[in-house]
Design a protein around this ligand. Structure first.
Ligand SMILES: *Cc1c(COP(=O)(O)O)cnc(C)c1O
Length: 412
């Protein structure tokens, strides 16, 4: 794949989907949904090896190996992330699992951010450490020196995520890339929260990037999927082997079609997500019922300068600490009409949740508290609706807390 230096916006709309690439005489303007599990071959070529099959030249054999719709998506994902190779998986979890498995072996050492997506943390503890004998060290990666201390010559893999969920902490991707490089360790970053539009870790020195396409890349809360992107030839070979043969995990054609379609508006959606998140964060920061707001775009964020350096925008996710107890938080959440009470992030509709009782409930309470996840920490995924409606809805939530306090006072 040649490097394509057209703008992000143009690549989002067309990469992988130029009419001539669909292989169709009619030259469909959008990539057709190829549901076929197998493809009629032009003839019997006894010299042909499966490794020589070239999807870029319109050659396909069997859809577990490659499929035209998935291939179109993979071409676009690589272009947007600034990588050479991309693979689309059936979930972000499968993408992350395969990315890590492509490098680590039993006995290897792996260093990871202690504040990872809860499912990834459980995967590292309960699958890689407990079953595959990988030595896993979790560090507070907001402190680059702590990463430096944890990484040794024995370290095979460093796995980071930035910004993190739900506290929106950052780690310094370029600095950690150097640390991993010195130790000859592979460095992977989960780029789900920022999306390829606001952050490209490969350009900052990461070796491999993973996404849950379920979130911003698809963007419409109607598909579960994942992606891995890299420019490293050897890593790509291993990843392709695992995806196609070792694990057999890939995104189905219909979901590939949906993500390909969702990506066309990624840049426009991200700008509106950010506009709304910024307005909400500023509104909450000035509110007497809120003690803290966590959003990298706020100057009060301890890593605001790092965010400015390594990101092209601050994203659409924020969290905040409500004054009160868990019942106040429940009253707030239940009063909302525009925000949907739901886990997940990155869709066009605004979502809200209480991490301690929802996404991070599987973590033991002590572990949650260590990560700053209190019972009144609320996470917001700002959608692309009108800003005024979202702010009015939050007012509704604060009114509900007022009414609850008044009712409790009356009872006394
Ligand atoms: C959702 C998410 C995942 C897991 O992705 P699935 O598509 O749900 O398997 C991993 N990392 C982050 C940061 C996520 O938000």
């Amino acid at each position: 794949m040649d490097a394509d230096d057209r703008t992000f916006e143009t690549l989002a709309v067309t990469a992988g989907e130029e009419p001539f690439r669909t292989g169709s005489e009619a030259g469909d303007a959008v990539s057709p949904l190829h549901l076929a599990s197998t493809f009629a071959l032009p003839g019997l070529d006894t010299e042909m090896s499966l490794e020589d099959v070239d999807p870029d030249a319109g050659e396909f054999v069997y859809s577990r190996l490659s499929n035209p719709t998935r291939h179109a998506l993979e071409t676009r994902l690589a272009a947007l992330e600034g990588g050479e190779y991309a693979m689309a998986f059936s979930s972000g979890t499968a993408a992350i699992f395969t990315a890590i498995l492509s490098v680590v072996e039993p006995g290897d050492h792996l260093v990871a951010f202690d504040d990872l997506y809860a499912g990834t943390r459980r995967m590292l503890e309960d699958v890689f450490a407990a079953r595959l004998d990988v030595d896993v060290t979790f560090v507070d990666a907001t402190d680059t020196a702590a990463v430096e201390r944890a990484v040794t010559d024995e370290t095979a893999f460093v796995w980071m995520e930035t910004p993190t969920n739900p506290r929106l902490d950052l780690c310094d991707v370029a600095a950690i890339a150097e640390i991993a490089d010195r130790a000859d360790a592979t460095f992977g970053v989960d780029n789900t929260f920022a999306s390829s539009y606001f952050q490209r870790p490969l350009e900052l020195g990461a070796d491999v990037v993973a996404h849950s396409t379920t979130k911003y890349l698809n963007g419409h809360s109607d598909s579960v999927g994942g992606a891995v992107v890299t420019s490293d030839d050897a890593l790509a070979d291993e990843l392709q082997f695992l995806q196609q043969v070792g694990v057999g995990d890939m995104l189905a054609p219909f979901d590939s079609y949906l993500v390909l379609r969702g990506l066309k508006t990624l840049h426009m959606r991200m700008r509106q997500h950010e506009r709304n998140a910024t307005a909400i964060a500023e509104f909450l920061e000035g509110h007497e019922k809120v003690s803290d707001v966590y959003y990298p775009g706020l100057e009060s964020h301890p890593q605001h300068d790092l965010a400015r350096e390594q990101m092209d925008g601050f994203g659409g996710i924020l969290s905040f600490e409500l004054e009160g107890d868990i019942d106040d938080a429940a009253a707030f959440l239940e009063a909302l009409e525009e925000f949907t009470l739901a886990v997940s992030v990155g869709g066009v509709e605004s979502l809200i949740e209480l991490p301690a009782g929802m996404t991070h409930e599987p973590l033991p309470k002590a572990e949650r508290e260590e990560l700053g996840i209190t019972d009144t920490l609320v996470r917001v995924s700002a959608g692309v609706e009108g800003t005024a409606d979202l702010l009015a809805d939050l007012e509704r939530g604060f009114d509900a807390i007022e009414q609850r306090s008044a009712a409790v006072a009356d009872d006394d």
